[in-house]
Design a protein around this ligand. Structure first.
Ligand code: ADP
Length: 399
C-alpha cells in the first residue's frame, strides 16, 4: 500500500516538474521575443533619427539664409520667421531622438569639463527667456552670487535645463510663473525648475521619467513632443552621477523638477578655461565642400560666402581632388559617405597633394559614434562635425 502511494507520488511529482519546465520554456520564449522587439524598436528609432537629420541640414541653412533677408512684404517676413522657428523645433526633436537611441545603445557621449554651474544656468536661462516670454510666462531666476563648480558637460547641462524649462512652458497655461533656482548642499548642487502649471497626479509621479510617457492631462496643452524629453533628462543626469526628482501637489497645483549633481571636489576655476575671451572673427578662407547632397553643400557654401569666405562645392572625391590642385583651399569639408570613395580615403589622398599638407580637414557625417571619430582622426581629419552641421560650430573652427 505504502509502495503504491510512493509510486503515485513520484509520478505526480514528475508531472508537476514537467509542467513547471514547460511554463519556464514558454516564459523564456516570450522574453526572447520581447527583447527582440525592444531591440528592433531601438534600431528603428536610430534609423529614423539618422534619416531625418540629413534633409534637416539644408532646411536649417535655407531658413537661416531666408532670415537674413529684409522683406518688405509682411507675409514673406512672417514665412521666414515660421520657417526658422519650425526648423529649430524639428532639429531639437531629431536631436532628442538621436540622443535617446544612443542611450539605448549605451553610446551616449559626454565631454566632462570643470565648469561653473552658476554661469551655465545663467546661459541656459538666457537661451530660454525669449521662448518663455513669448508664451506669456514670467521667469524668475534665483542663482547664487558665487561660482559653484561641477565636473560635467556644459552642453548637456544646458540641454537638461532647456528641456525642463520648455516643459514648464508647455504645461503651464499662459501667464504662468516659472522659476529656475540653484542651491548648494554639502556635496551636491540642486537645480530646481518650478512652474505654476497643470501639475501631475500623485499616481503618475513615479512613471513620469519613463520613455514615451505622456500623461493624458498634458495632451491638450502639448505643442508636440515625443515623450522622450524627461527620460533624456534622467539619462543625462545619471551619466553625470546625479539624480532627478519631481514633486507636485496635484492637478493645477504646478510641478517642481529637480536635478541633483555632485559638486566638484575642486571649487576653484581651472586656469585653462577660466577666461572665455570674446569670440574672434575668422579671417577669410578658401573652403571646398565635398558632399553629394547638393542642397546641403550649396546652402553651406552660400552661408560661408555671406560671411566673407570663398566657398566651392563638388559632389564626389574625384572632382574634389581635381579642384584641390586648382583652388588651393585652406579648408576642406568632406562628407564621409561619398559616391565614389570614402571620405577617409579622400582625406588621405588630399593630404598627399603637393603643397596641401597643412590644410584644415573637417569631416562631416550623419553618424557620430566614437569609432567614426577615431577613424576620422586616423585618416588625418582635425575636426569631426555631425549633420545637420551646426553653422556656428563650423565657423568656430575657421579662426
Ligand atoms: P513630451 O513633453 O514630449 O510629451 P516629456 O518626456 O518631456 O515628453 O514629458 C513627459 C510627460 O510628462 C508629458 O507628456 C507631460 O504629460 C508630463 N509633464 C512633463 N513636464 C511637465 C510639467 N512641467 N507639468 C506637468 N506635466 C508635465
Amino acid at each position: 500500500m505504502l509502495v503504491m502511494d510512493r509510486h503515485k507520488y513520484e509520478q505526480e511529482l514528475l508531472r508537476v516538474r514537467q509542467q513547471v519546465q514547460r511554463a519556464l520554456d514558454e516564459k523564456s520564449v516570450v522574453e526572447t521575443a520581447l527583447r527582440d522587439a525592444d531591440r528592433r524598436k531601438d534600431e528603428f528609432v536610430a534609423t529614423i533619427a539618422h534619416e531625418l537629420r540629413n534633409p534637416l541640414a539644408p532646411i536649417q541653412a535655407a531658413a537661416r539664409l531666408f532670415g537674413l533677408q529684409n522683406f518688405s512684404d509682411p507675409r514673406l517676413a512672417w514665412s521666414s520667421r515660421v520657417l526658422g522657428r519650425q526648423a529649430r523645433q524639428l532639429a531639437r526633436l531629431v536631436d532628442d531622438l538621436l540622443d535617446i537611441s544612443r542611450v539605448a545603445e549605451g553610446k551616449l557621449e559626454i565631454k566632462i569639463e570643470h565648469v561653473n554651474l552658476t554661469l551655465v544656468l545663467r546661459q541656459a536661462s538666457d537661451v530660454s527667456r525669449g521662448m518663455l516670454q513669448k508664451a506669456g510666462h514670467r521667469l524668475i531666476v534665483d542663482l547664487p552670487d558665487h561660482a559653484l563648480f561641477v565636473d560635467a558637460d556644459p552642453g548637456r547641462l544646458i540641454q537638461i535645463v532647456e528641456n525642463l524649462l520648455t516643459n514648464a512652458a508647455k504645461y503651464t497655461p499662459p501667464g504662468g510663473k516659472i522659476s529656475l533656482s540653484l542651491i548648494r548642499d554639502e556635496l551636491t548642487a540642486t537645480i530646481a525648475v518650478r512652474d505654476s502649471g497643470i501639475g501631475i497626479a500623485e499616481a503618475d509621479l513615479p512613471s513620469i521619467f519613463g520613455i514615451f510617457t505622456q500623461l493624458p492631462s498634458g495632451a491638450s496643452r502639448s505643442q508636440g513632443g515625443l515623450g522622450i524629453g524627461l527620460s533624456l533628462v534622467r539619462a543625462l543626469t545619471e551619466r553625470h552621477g546625479g539624480e532627478v526628482g519631481v514633486t507636485s501637489e496635484g492637478a493645477n497645483k504646478g510641478s517642481e523638477f529637480t536635478v541633483r549633481l555632485p559638486l566638484s571636489p575642486v571649487q576653484t576655476a581651472n586656469p585653462d578655461t577660466a577666461a572665455d575671451g570674446p569670440a574672434k572673427r575668422s579671417r577669410p578662407h578658401r573652403v571646398l565642400i565635398v558632399d553629394d547632397n547638393e542642397d546641403a553643400a550649396l546652402s553651406l557654401a552660400t552661408l560661408l560666402d555671406i560671411d566673407g569666405h570663398e566657398a566651392r562645392t563638388v559632389p564626389n572625391g574625384t572632382k574634389a581632388l581635381e579642384t584641390i590642385s586648382d583652388l588651393w583651399p585652406d579648408v576642406v569639408v568632406i562628407d564621409i559617405s561619398l559616391p565614389d570613395m570614402s571620405g577617409y580615403d579622400l582625406a588621405r589622398l588630399s593630404r598627399k597633394t603637393v603643397g596641401m599638407a597643412d590644410m584644415l580637414l573637417i569631416a562631416l557625417t550623419g553618424r557620430s559614434q566614437a569609432d567614426d571619430r577615431r577613424a576620422a582622426l586616423d585618416a588625418g581629419f582635425q575636426h569631426f562635425l555631425t549633420k545637420p552641421v551646426n553653422y556656428e560650430a563650423l565657423l568656430g573652427l575657421l579662426l
